[in-house]
Design a protein around this ligand. Sequence first.
Ligand code: UDP
Length: 371
Amino acid sequence: MYDYLVVGSGLFGSVFACEANKKGKKVLVIDKRPNIAGNVYTQEIEGINVHLYGAHIFHTNLKHVWEYVNYFAEFNRFTNSPVANYYGELYSLPFNMYTFNKMWGVVAPEEAAAKIEEQKQKAGITEPKNLEEQAIALVGTDIYEKLIKGYTEKQWGRPCNELPAFIIKRLPVRLTFDNNYFNALYQGIPVGGYTQMVANMLQDIEVQLNVDYLENKADLDKLAGKVVYTGSVDAYFDYQLGALEYRSVRFENEVLNKANFQGNAAVNYTDSETPWTRIIEHKWFEFGKDKNGNDLPKTVISREYSSEWNTGEEPYYPVNDEKNSKLYAEYKVLAEKESKIIFGGRLGEYKYYDMDAVIDSALKLAEKVLV
Ligand code: UDP
């Protein structure tokens, strides 16, 4: 009946479905949630597009991906500049001259570099083997202690010396006064929200919501020649080799009867005592204005609480440490034997993918398999 059954209407599934449809393939997209767009789903509350499954800021160096998303949405000029709150001391993120000045009183870039080098030497780090050592090698012990350790251990629920170094390399370190969190040529938030952008990708494609693939796998598989599966790879195999570990996030959303709660889209609480990792104030992704450019009188905030994932909860972040990477490699062998199924996306490939990388990977798959 269908050439492709796409399981999951997040970015990977929606981009692939869109490309397959363009090539004249018959596509059915299913999703177990009552809505499309996976974790980029946004919902309008009090005139504000609320990122209900965590804040998503689109950023990329891939020109073709930027052009691709701009076909489905207009992007605003939002630049992510989070603030770190350490017991009421505020620091600029990512780590840049404003951060170093506040931390050490240094003014010149070379003074900051010297301070980092001195702390790195003192810690005796030559070849960083884990996140803790990598962080100290990049920014020194003071910043590690105040801005990284507490946040990271809350976020991942594991000590920094047991986490892979690559996680902290996501953050730029700059000896300039540049507060842009990302080293990306292109950045912004889709005007009107991500849900609308994904809806545009899925225009003309049949979508069925509230359909659980794994519960009805045998029947659903019969519907299509090929299946693109974007759910968790270990769930697909009924955890037969053991469960991969994920971090989950719980959001406490609040509508406040005030115009400005924290003056910024993201404030990270980097101490170890505050139970949440960060607070997102969604209106600032769109500069606090409604569709007509008027100031919004209310605000919506989300506190994020990170926890270990348990069956039945939403998995958000794969824990790409040694143990899980080994287990994933075994699942990958099984996945490659499933001739009818293609695994993709953050959960299907157990990879800490950013949105642009997910889109790029779906486009590459489309190029490879669609004729
Ligand atoms: N991180 C940190 N302090 C911060 C922000 C981030 O130590 O204030 C570390 C933390 O380990 C986190 C990693 O940097 O997991 C990557 O952060 P990013 O903001 O890229 O994470 P995401 O937005 O994907 O949750």
